[in-house]
Design a protein around this ligand. Structure first.
Ligand code: ADP
Length: 679
């Protein structure tokens, strides 16, 4: 489109970047190259934090972790062809986990399509038929509809964004440069509304550089957070009724509860009912693993014996043995809570279906219990013998784990490693955990106390107790971190749960003081709120693992995303939350090169003098480092000896000037000469 000089004009890249910013996107991960370099630059100019990674798959894992942790999608920026192909793994993982992510892929210029263009790939194929599949395929355009045409009107000239379609809720190519904001809003909104998932936007190279007059660019408002709906009140009452009649009730808490930030009403509901609960791997920490009602250590027993199970945001899939015998009772009554109606009755009949937002439904259930049975019903849920049985089983299993952790054998077992690690974990750190045994045992050995967080340790109390000073109104609270853990250990009236009291012999005096402050009338409301907000209610915390897809190799990307958020969200910039990633060797191998991303500062550039040759030496190969022509010559001579006689693989790491480039090329075009520098 021609733009006259006096009009402000915007490139597709800058229009895309400002639309992303306008939709609340803060983080972008990717690998830049032709044709998306301009997009990364424009995003940075808009204040979006861009992290350059080594592989699009890990970049997509990182972006989706941001989506899960913040409720707004992270963006994964990829080049055409192989770039998008690598990202598909991350998209599939996000879809399987129900996490929002937005992948933006460059693609070949539209006028080169079907000509064997550079990295051409069926990201986008012309199709004049109606769109099909579960996701929407809007957009155009080999020729493109007119700029004034609404995208829905252009559906006749449908372009299918083929490759991304099976791995996304929505995949589209904007119908024109001016329409980019419309497509960005739709993609962001679709990724977070309903069941969250992945979305894909395809940007041909010519659309990225093409300019449009600012007045022709579509103006779109920021899409608000998803609406939160309540469950049918009749179903809520029925759920409470079914629970109250159970002999062996159980609650299962899934990552849907973590994503919904349902921790507070859920804990109140569980405590009010005195309901035993167990978390799924990523539901850990929504209510503390140290909570006396947590029966995670007696998981198999609890699942196989329960007669009524209320499931908060977890699918009855392989992680929960499909809700079927022999792991579950054949006559178990399931109360299912999910925002995705199609999830209801999956694999097992649901006695009660509570369709709504988990936080809202947990509040409804909590209030319904109070209405029906009062604020402190004596043992509303289940037989006392049920809880006793689960407690005894939990204690025995925990003791077995401790015995294994205390072994001194060499080589070590997993339990020994976790036993030591938990003593060193800062109390509010983020734990990323993946692998086979590494993850399975980690789930039992690392107790979680905070939602969206896989962790936390008992030693924190002894660390801080001597230094803790607590004062009220006008005076500061020192060692504030000590109290974050306290959130889940305080009962509603500000007292400590007996279990915690026992565990925290060294530190609990300090915590009792906080409890007293909260209970007493000495502190002003303002101070109480301050204590509550700053010390008792933690800032966002989270825990991540291989997830529903069982994907190995996600950990490093997740850890990089978590560390970035910790850095950006830290109240005290000198003390951001720590991130600990525990991986099995196989899991580590998938994205091991992302360690370079983790070490890079600024994260947009690769390390200038990364000593790649040391990597091969770690595996028994031979490495050389060459900065000068002479060093290179020697290295090459030795390399052929090593690979020849010794049959060893060799890596020569050669330093090239950052200013080195291809020599200018002369291209002859009929009738006149065109000189251009290719980059
Ligand atoms: P887990 O891995 O913990 O077993 P799943 O990923 O299987 O958990 O299930 C999470 C469920 O939570 C999904 O079915 C999803 O639809 C649901 N969910 C996600 N967000 C919400 C929410 N805000 N309210 C209710 N349900 C939710």
């Amino acid at each position: 489109q021609e733009v006259t000089n006096h009009e402000e004009s915007l490139s597709g890249a800058s229009l895309l970047a400002s639309a992303l910013k306008n939709q609340g996107v803060e983080y972008m991960f990717g690998v830049v190259g032709i044709p998306v370099i301009e997009i990364a630059g424009a995003a940075q100019a808009e204040g979006i934090k861009y992290i350059g990674m080594r592989n699009e798959q890990a970049a997509c894992y990182a972006a989706s972790a941001v989506g899960y942790l913040t409720g707004r999608p992270g963006v994964c920026l990829v080049v055409s062809g192989p770039g998008l192909l690598h990202a598909l793994g991350g998209m599939a993982n996000a879809m399987s986990n129900c996490w929002p992510v937005l992948v933006i892929g460059g693609s070949s210029d539209v006028d080169q399509e079907s000509m064997g263009a550079f990295q051409e790939f069926p990201q986008c194929s012309a199709d004049t038929g109606p769109s099909s599949g579960i996701n929407h395929c809007l957009g155009a355009t080999l020729v493109g509809p007119s700029a004034d045409m609404l995208p829905c009107e252009s559906a006749q000239i449908t372009t299918k964004v083929e490759a991304a379609r099976p791995y996304s809720k929505y995949s589209a190519r904007p119908s024109s440069v001016g329409e980019i904001p419309f497509f960005v809003e739709k993609a962001v909104r679709t990724s977070i509304y309903g069941r969250p998932g992945a979305c894909y936007l395809d940007l041909p190279g010519n659309m990225i550089t093409e300019k449009v007059a600012a007045c022709k660019a579509r103006k779109i408002c920021c899409s608000p957070p998803p609406p939160k709906c309540l469950a049918d009140p009749v179903a809520v009452d029925k759920a409470v009724q079914v629970l109250s009649e159970a002999s062996k009730p159980l609650a299962i808490i899934g990552k849907g509860a973590a994503y919904a930030h349902a921790e507070k009403p859920l804990q109140e509901f569980v405590e009010r009912c005195k309901l035993p609960f167990l978390p799924t791997p990523m539901g850990k920490g929504v209510i503390s693993d140290e909570h006396p009602l947590c029966v995670a250590a007696a998981r198999s027993r609890a699942l196989s014996q329960a007669d009524v199970i209320i499931v908060f945001g977890a699918r009855l899939n392989w992680i929960l043995h499909f809700g079927r015998p022999p792991r579950f009772r054949a006559d178990v009554k399931i109360i299912q809570i999910d925002l995705h109606a199609e999830e209801m009755n999956n694999n097992v009949h649901a006695e009660v279906m509570l369709w709504g937002d988990l936080k809202r439904v947990a509040e409804q259930l909590r209030d319904a219990v109070e209405r029906k049975f009062g604020i402190d019903p004596a043992n509303l849920c289940g037989l006392p013998s049920w809880k006793k049985e689960l407690k005894e089983k939990s204690d025995t299993n925990k003791q077995n784990n401790e015995e294994l952790a205390n072994e001194t054998s060499v080589p070590m077992n997993y339990y020994q490693v976790y036993g030591q690690l938990t003593k060193h974990l800062p109390h509010d750190c983020v734990v990323v955990n993946e692998g086979a045994n590494t993850m399975d045992i980690g789930r039992t050995m690392i107790p979680n106390h905070l939602p969206r967080n896989r962790l936390f340790t008992k030693v924190m109390f002894s660390d801080h107790v001597n230094k803790s000073t607590i004062t009220v109104d006008g005076k500061t609270i020192e060692e504030a971190d000590s109290y974050v853990y306290f959130e889940k250990t305080l009962t509603r009236d500000g007292d400590l749960l007996p279990e915690i009291r026992r565990r925290t012999a060294l530190g609990w005096a300090a915590f009792r003081k906080v409890g007293n402050i909260m209970r007493s009338h000495k502190a002003s409301m303002k101070m109480k709120r301050k204590i509550h907000d700053e010390y008792i209610l933690p800032v966002m915390t989270y825990g991540l693992d291989a997830g529903t897809f069982g994907t190995m190799g996600v950990g490093t990307g997740f850890a990089i995303a978590a560390a970035l958020l910790a850095e950006c969200q830290a109240k005290d910039k000198n003390r951001p939350r720590r991130v600990v990633c525990v991986q099995g060797d196989s899991a580590f191998g998938f994205s091991g090169m992302e360690l370079e991303t983790a070490c890079s500062a600024p994260p947009t550039a690769l390390l200038p003098k990364a000593r790649y040759e040391r990597i091969i030496e770690a595996f028994g190969g031979k490495g050389f480092f060459a900065e000068t022509p002479h060093e290179l010559k020697t290295a090459l001579e030795s390399a052929f000896v090593e690979t020849g006689k010794k049959r060893k693989p060799v890596l020569i790491n050669v330093m090239i000037s950052p200013y080195a480039d291809r020599k200018p090329q002369l291209m002859l075009v009929i009738g006149h000469a065109l000189i251009t520098t290719l980059k």
